[in-house]
Design a binder for this molecule. Structure first.
Ligand code: SER
Length: 342
């Protein structure tokens, strides 16, 4: 009996990683191997073939992983997010760029060994956009993939470059090598996520964190001071849709994919509208606004919304969760349940 192929998930212990492990486990087509700096909680371990605690900058460890497992898909989720990245831009570069390069190189060597393309699924971000003023942000409205690409954070710069690296590895890697015409290259696919909101976890180190932080604080009866202004607006998405996007992109036929990185959208509330939703669910919520200049500026440089018509056209993307459905059927009930027992 042939063994099921392996999917490697880096950053497995993060917000997206934990949800993705559950989804891949339900799906059943891959055996799951995970890599994260911190050990995976007990709950997720039985879902995985192997869980490694280690650093994506450790090339020896990546080579070992590649040698031991027939990796057919890589979900490279490990990253240092935008706020954290501004505190230590060089470290962000190392993790987000050098780490991604190591993973791409590893996936390419597995591709050559297996003789077929390893699928490399990469979460990019709205942070690749950098819009110079609020007037321009209002004028642009829903941005297309090729507009406003002047990111103001190291994380955004890193993600934009990583998209290019992926495209390079897929189309042009070692084009001058003697045997280039016969060589197989990896299969890179990427989505640019908006701010993500999970009922299970609170993000850390990001700048879209005010949304989920506000909600989780309210559910625990804690006061929350929001670090952007009430009128700040960026797109958000409920975690189940983020996982749907990754799986949809994984399954899309390669010949349909015309872009190396696709926008995906769901809803786009202002911080004040987000607060109104939270207060409706948790009427006692104490939420105030005390914008932090640097973090608010990052959010202001991100688009108010994104145009995801290419993803809809090329691989049939559509979110399941509108803002109503996200709050009423996913976030509020699941968060209530999560904090019920303290
Ligand atoms: N959630 C990320 C951040 O805030 C954006 O991709 O950094």
């Amino acid at each position: 009996m042939s063994k099921r192929p392996v999917a490697l998930v880096t950053g497995a212990n993060g917000e997206i990683g934990r949800s993705l492990i559950e989804r891949l486990h339900q799906d059943g087509r891959y055996r799951i191997v995970t890599l994260d700096l911190s050990p995976l909680p007990e709950k997720y371990r039985p879902m995985c073939l192997e869980t490694y605690a280690g650093n994506i900058l450790d090339r020896y460890l990546l080579d070992q992983l590649a040698a031991h497992h027939e990796i057919e898909a890589v979900f490279h989720l490990a990253a240092l997010l935008s706020t954290r990245g501004e505190r230590d831009p060089e470290l962000a570069h190392q993790i987000n760029v050098e780490g991604t390069l190591h993973l791409l190189r590893m996936a390419q060597s597995v591709t050559l060994r297996l003789g077929r393309p390893v699928k490399f699924v990469f979460p990019s971000s709205i942070a690749v956009y950098g819009i110079p003023s609020l007037a321009e942000k209002a004028r642009l409205g829903r941005v297309r993939e090729d507009q406003g690409l002047e990111p103001i954070t190291m994380y955004g710069v890193n993600k934009l470059y990583a998209e290019h690296l992926g495209r390079y590895f897929m189309r042009h890697y070692r084009a001058l090598a003697a045997d280039a015409s016969r060589s197989v290259r990896l299969d890179f696919r990427s989505v640019r996520f908006p701010g993500l909101i999970s009922a299970e976890t609170v993000p850390s180190g990001g700048t879209s964190d005010y949304g989920p932080e506000m909600l989780h604080a309210a559910a625990q009866g804690k006061p929350y001071s929001c670090f952007v202004a009430p009128e700040a607006r960026i797109p958000f998405m409920a975690m189940p849709d983020a996982i749907k996007a990754l799986m949809g992109l994984l399954d899309a036929p390669q010949e349909k994919l015309q872009l190396p990185a696709y926008n995906v959208a769901a809803f786009s509330p202002s911080a004040a509208e987000f607060m109104a939703r939270v207060k409706k669910a948790f009427p006692g919520a104490q939420i105030t606004f005390a914008p932090d200049v640097a973090r608010a500026r990052i959010v202001d440089s991100w688009p108010a919304d994104v145009d995801d018509s290419c993803a809809r056209r090329d691989w049939g993307w559509a979110p399941d969760y509108s803002i109503d459905r996200a709050f009423d059927e996913y976030l509020v009930p699941a968060i209530r349940e999560r904090y019920r027992n303290g």
